[in-house]
Design a protein around this ligand. Sequence first.
Ligand SMILES: Nc1ncnc2c1ncn2[C@@H]1O[C@H](COP(=O)(O)OP(=O)(O)OP(=O)(O)O)[C@@H](O)[C@H]1O
Ligand SMILES: [Mg+2]
Length: 387
Amino acid sequence: MDDPVLTLANEMYRKGIEAEMAGDIDAAKYYYAQAAIKFYQSASYVKGVAHEVRIKKAEECKNRIENLKMVATQHNNAQIQGEHIKENRSEVLEIVQPDVKFADVVGLNEVKERLRIAMVYPKKYGNLFKKYGLKHGGRIIMYGPPGCGKTLIARACAGELNLQLINGNVARLMSKWVGEAEKNIAYMFAQVRNMKEAVLFLDEIDALGASREKVSSSTVARRVVTQLLVEMNNLPEGILLIAATNVPWILDSALIRTGRLGTPVFVPPPDKDERKFLFERCIRERPVDETVDAEVLADMTEGYSASDIADVGGICEWAATMALRDTIKEGKVRKINMDDFIKVIKGGYVKPSVIPWLIEAQRKISRNPDVSRAFPELLDFITNFGK
Ligand SMILES: Nc1ncnc2c1ncn2[C@@H]1O[C@H](COP(=O)(O)OP(=O)(O)OP(=O)(O)O)[C@@H](O)[C@H]1O
Ligand SMILES: [Mg+2]
């Protein structure tokens, strides 16, 4: 039979987690306290294992409250001491002035538009937004396969706005050992608060969700996650936040549900026209003979990322290396030809890195309906891929 006290306890516990993820420490403490009381109460109705499980849950709620108290103190201290943290922590933080613009990013028009609406227009036309009663973003989360432009477009967004980009890699922030992680985060956000305006790029944001799962028993690591979330949710107004991940299915559903980072934006692999454009650009920049056909190459490369095609170690570079090798060997200039490209693609010099990612995504979607609900664009993409 259902135990209404236990149901209430679980409900309070869930609300506590949600408040914690939303960075609302006071609300989280309140809900955990309510949950603890209800878990103790419901434990008194039962014996044996069920009794012990409920007592354990009550104790976990109490631990969570203690953690939150520590996080709140740390947050306040970091805010007071911000400028005085002297240690050299530059390795967890990189501040750059990007010189790329949206025009340098091939394709991804839908993503650019979403970034314009969430980040660029509110900044450029702030008064207009206010006039129309719009309280748009300043925050966005992007996901998609590796090498398809998430980092590039974050840099371009800062470039468009002429703002500095603060690169904060969440996995790196979190992977430092106990104590260090907390100091790193305090340091990073102290720097962020010192800047009036900037774009904060939190890459590998999934490290947050992953840690939460893995470390549910480690109070220290959980505290670190909460600390990061609290800082994230208390950013100064001039700081825009872009988060990115290539493993969206790891993201904690509470992080998505709170809507603090807006609706996740899918950064897809390049479509045929975009691949053609990438090849054309590479052809323009190199000595290539008339046999090379960008259209045919685009046809041959479904499942390849932009990085597979155009980046260091990509198809274009390999093809160029082949012609260069012959040129040096024979002492006579040989232009890059279509055979070079075909050899690279068919010979497996560069493999289509999007394919294994899509297989993994498909697996996660089929196993967990929450994933397809949270990332409808991904579901759409997978359904239509190769058609
Ligand atoms: N849309 C694009 N237009 C032009 N070049 C691109 C594009 N996407 C990726 N590239 C090239 O590939 C490189 C790697 O892309 P980027 O770092 O932005 O990928 P990512 O999506 O952030 O990958 P990861 O998930 O591994 O972090 C870029 O530096 C750029 O050279
Ligand atoms: Mg990246």
